[in-house]
Structure formats: structure tokens, C-alpha cells
Design a protein around this ligand. Structure first.
Ligand SMILES: Nc1ncnc2c1ncn2[C@@H]1O[C@H](COP(=O)(O)OP(=O)(O)O)[C@@H](O)[C@H]1O
Ligand SMILES: [Mg+2]
Length: 258
């Protein structure tokens, strides 16, 4: 179903369009009337102070919560009410702000699970292992691409935080996404690890649209063509590196607070 639906998309539509998107948690409007357009293949950074609604926006796009108001279009198709699995089948993948790995499995086992996650056949007892070879080949490719081959048989819990973050990105990529949402993948990394991750992100297939939530200005400015700033659930501003760097309000509410 996934590939068929992926094939239906019109080529000229933006990858993602958010129209007047809002969500209320009780009395709190965590995302408040956000409009956003992200073109296919674009790299976009989402910034904003803690509590600005960045992660909640990802939760709305990936389908964890339905919006209270507004609409989400993905390559021209409205997906506002699609469940998570259907959005994943359409090629929307994400990582989480807090590490979300199977810590007692090996690196390869984690990646293999991501490779087969979208296979409608899933895992069936008594099916010969050979019928899963396409996933194993994909898993091997991902391990090589992310420089994890040497560590493939190590338990995830024994690896550094930097390696774990890299595995999360690798797992999201194993799903062959068209839209990749990365929620603070550099959080908690050393500056050397952050630099390695940035190099890796910049090498990803340019046809994949990537939205990155990132607090580190150097990483953000190295990665993105355009930066969108959220504040108190609302769209504050959007622009090039220079425009964002020179925006007085951004400096006041965000950069000044760092
Ligand atoms: N499931 C939830 N229930 C209630 N409040 C939530 C929930 N998720 C997020 N929030 C609130 O929404 C606001 C935005 O949170 P979040 O999107 O995590 O911000 P950011 O990622 O920009 O730091 C915060 O005030 C947070 O406490
Ligand atoms: Mg967050």
C-alpha cells in the first residue's frame, strides 16, 4: 500500500504544507495557528525556546495527535486525520527527543527491525529466514552508510550516546522516508560527536526532505537553507541564516536566552 500511495503523489506539490495548525491540551494551546510550507528536498531547521511547540508540531505531522484545528498536506494529499502507521507507510519518519532504542538488542537487530517495520508481511513464525533477505541487505547497506558496520553486533546499551543518536537516525533512514523529522538529534552530544552527526546529515540523499529541530546555532546554520522560529506555539519568523541571525525579536527571545 505504501509504495502505491507514494506513487500517486503529484511531483510539483510541496512536501509538506501546514495550514492554520493548532492543538490544545486542556487550556494550553501548544501549537497555535501555524502555517508552514516545506518544499521537496528542502532542509529546514525549526528553532525556538523550550516549550515553543516544536516537538508537538512533529507529533502532529507524524500523527501522534490529531490537530484541534487546521490541516496537514503531504505532497498535495491531505493527511490530517491519517493514523501514524499510514503516515509512516507514506514515507514520514522521525526520531525522538529522548533516545528511543531497544537497548538490550544489538545495533544490527535495531536496524533490521526498522527495515522490516513497514513490510506488510511482518514477521511470521516458520517463514524461512531467506524470505527476509531483502531486509537484511537493506540493513547491511544502512550499517555501512552510517559507519556502524564494525559495531553491528554490539548491544546498543554499551555504545556511546553519540553512537546511539546515530543509530536512531539510521533507523529512521532504514524506512526509506521521503520526509524525515529529526527532534534534537545532537542533544547531549560532545562537540566532536555533533560535528560527526552534522557531516552525516549533510550527506543524506538530497531528495529526502528533512526538518531538524536544533538549538545549536552552528549546527542549524551549517545544515539549513531556511530556518523557522516558533515561539509560544506560534510561527514567529522564517528566513535565511542571515535574516534569522539579525532578527531583533529572535535575538531577544531565543538567542539572548541561550
Ligand atoms: N501531551 C501533552 N499534554 C499536555 N501538554 C503538553 C503535551 N505535549 C506538550 N505539551 C505542552 O506543550 C508545550 C509545547 O511543548 P513541546 O512541543 O514539547 O515544546 P518544545 O519541543 O518546543 O520544547 C509545553 O508547554 C508542553 O508542556
Ligand atoms: Mg521538544
Amino acid at each position: 500500500m505504501g509504495s502505491t500511495e507514494k506513487g500517486e503523489k503529484k511531483g510539483s506539490d510541496p512536501c509538506l504544507v501546514l495550514k492554520d495548525l493548532s492543538i490544545d491540551f486542556g487550556g494550553l494551546r501548544a501549537v497555535d495557528g501555524v502555517n508552514l510550507t516545506i518544499e521537496q528536498g528542502e532542509r529546514r531547521v525549526l528553532m525556538g525556546p523550550n516549550g515553543a511547540g516544536k516537538t508537538t508540531l512533529f507529533n502532529l505531522i507524524s500523527g501522534i495527535y490529531p490537530p484541534s484545528r487546521g490541516r496537514i498536506f503531504y505532497f498535495g494529499k491531505e493527511i490530517s486525520r491519517y493514523p501514524i502507521y499510514r503516515r509512516a507507510a507514506l514515507g514520514i519518519a522521525r526520531t525522538y527527543q529522548v533516545t528511543n532504542l531497544f537497548r538490550c538488542l544489538t545495533v544490527a537487530e535495531n536496524i533490521l527491525m526498522a527495515c522490516q517495520a513497514l513490510d506488510r508481511r511482518k514477521f511470521v513464525m516458520f517463514r524461512p529466514l531467506s524470505s527476509y533477505h531483502c531486509h537484511m541487505d537493506r540493513c547491511d547497506d544502512v550499517l555501512q552508510e552510517f559507519d556502524l558496520w564494525e559495531k553491528r553486533n554490539e548491544l546498543v546499551k554499551n555504545l556511546s550516546h553519540g553512537d546511539q543518536r546515530r543509530i536512531e537516525v539510521a533507523m529512521a533512514l532504514a524506512e526509506k522516508p521521503r520526509l524525515l523529522l529529526l527532534d534534537e538529534p545532537a542533544a547531549g552530544l560532545s562537540s566532536a560527536e555533533t560535528q560527526d552527526l552534522t557531516v552525516l546529515l549533510k550527506k543524506l540523499d538530497p531528495s529526502i526532505t528533512i526538518v531538524l529541530i536544533e538549538h545549536d546555532l552552528d549546527v542549524a546554520f551549517e545544515f539549513a537553507e531556511r530556518i523557522t522560529v516558533l515561539y509560544q506555539g506560534q510561527f514567529l519568523t522564517e528566513g535565511t541564516k542571515e535574516e534569522i541571525r539579525n532578527n531583533a525579536t529572535v535575538q531577544e527571545i531565543y538567542l539572548g536566552a541561550e
